[in-house]
Design a protein around this ligand. Structure first.
Ligand code: PLP
Length: 387
């Protein structure tokens, strides 16, 4: 059978594959310590579940507007105003089946064949694949430890060509946990405006910050950049709602309308009663977020201390998200080999950095319980010593 050419250019998700392998090993009774999934180990808070159950009982079981329930769009607009100083109304917002679909739809709406999209590396592994599926050209901007694995404004300026259309900015970052400082965001905003680009700000980890780090939404860095920004976010990471599949985009109405048209012909609206859970997430108490972030903070500290005692491994201190991105170059191994041997021989699941455009690193997610983290870090140390 001859499949469409676009499929042959796309790499299947390595994170999903390794998480699935670790789950299958667990199901076979093998004691696996999994650092693979980018998924909080907490259950969705009760008040969010209760709101979805009440919506189900109230008959919110039918098709709804493709762009989302009006009340949820208003709640999102309010949140963006309060937390991010982004002035949007409901007409600026579309609710999607997760941050992943937000970004995918956006690529379809913005990118023409041959358009270049700037992606700082290490990057979330779906970005280049989404760009390719939209027949655009991903342009990867490699970064180093010297700039904290963050792209600089100058680097972005130099990478711009007449074909450059869009910059993808992800802060806090998956996989590195790095957070761009407000000054860095401002400098990048200036380049985007100067070069007449678009920027999509993937802010899905914005609430997961440590040690007083601050998050500035690039769209709030001035009136001109506001006009050129699309903000992408969702409920999965902040409220432990990964399986609910609710994300959103906020931006200029013509882009939101284009994405709504695409969504209207692909998935229609997001599960109607689930959207009422999302309303409760934004309008209810935020204590649950604080509790989860405090737990992540403890695990982060433990894992960083542990990595620093393993000769041959090093890791910059992440200011956000729930990942550590460990440099393994001193072991002399490439990341895929490192991770598959680690899983086979010591039953520890980690994601090879090659999936994120950094083959001399591995990513550990600490969105898992402390006992598994302790056991897993001991096994990692034993494995590295054995090399
Ligand atoms: N953006 C980043 C950087 C992510 O890490 C993820 C999930 O891993 C997403 C977007 C998509 O999240 P979801 O589709 O679950 O809302």
């Amino acid at each position: 059978m001859k499949l469409a050419a676009r499929v042959s250019q796309v790499t299947p998700s390595l994170t999903l594959a390794i998480s699935a392998k670790a789950k299958a090993m667990k199901a076979d009774g093998i004691d696996v310590c999994s650092f693979s999934a980018g998924e909080p180990d907490f259950d969705t808070p009760d008040h969010i579940k209760a709101a979805a159950k009440a919506a189900l009982d109230a008959g919110k079981t039918r098709y709804g507007p493709a762009a989302g329930e009006p009340r949820l769009r208003e709640a999102i607009a309010q949140k963006l105003q309060n937390d991010n100083s982004l002035c949007y109304g409901a007409e600026n917002i579309i609710v999607t089946n997760g941050g992943k679909q937000s970004l995918f739809n956006l690529m379809l709406a913005l990118i023409d064949p041959g358009d270049e999209v700037l992606i700082p590396a290490p990057y979330w592994l779906s970005y280049p694949e989404m760009v390719k599926l939209a027949e655009g050209t991903p342009v990867i901007l490699p970064t180093t430890a010297e700039t904290g694995l963050r792209a600089t404004a100058d680097q972005i300026r130099q990478a711009v060509t007449p074909k450059t259309k869009l910059l993808i900015l992800n802060s806090p970052s998956n996989p590195t946990g790095m957070v761009y400082t407000p000054d860095e965001i401002q400098a990048i905003a200036d380049v985007v405006v100067e070069k007449n680009l678009w920027v999509v700000a993937d802010e899905i980890y914005e609430k997961i910050l440590y040690d007083g780090a601050t998050h500035l939404s690039i769209g709030a860095a001035g009136p001109e950049i506001y006009e050129r920004t699309i903000t992408s976010s969702g409920f999965a990471k902040t409220y432990a709602m990964t399986g609910w599949r609710i994300g959103y985009l906020a931006g200029p109405p013509p882009i939101i309308q284009a994405v709504t048209t695409i969504q209207g012909h692909s998935t229609s609206n997001v599960c109607t009663f689930a959207q009422y859970g999302a309303i409760a997430a934004y309008e209810g108490s935020q204590d649950c977020v604080q509790q989860m972030v405090s737990a992540f903070a403890q695990r982060r500290q433990f894992i960083l201390n542990a990595v620093n005692t393993i000769p041959g491994l090093s890791c910059p201190k992440p200011d956000g998200a729930f990942y550590v991105f460990i440099n393994i170059s001193k072991t002399g191994m490439k990341s895929l080999d490192f991770c598959s041997t680690l899983l086979e021989s010591h039953q520890v699941a980690a994601i090879p950095g090659v999936a994120f455009g950094a083959d001399d690193h591995i990513r550990l997610s600490y969105a898992t319980d402390m006992d598994s983290i302790k056991k897993g870090m001991e096994r990692l140390a034993t494995f590295v010593q054995s090399l």
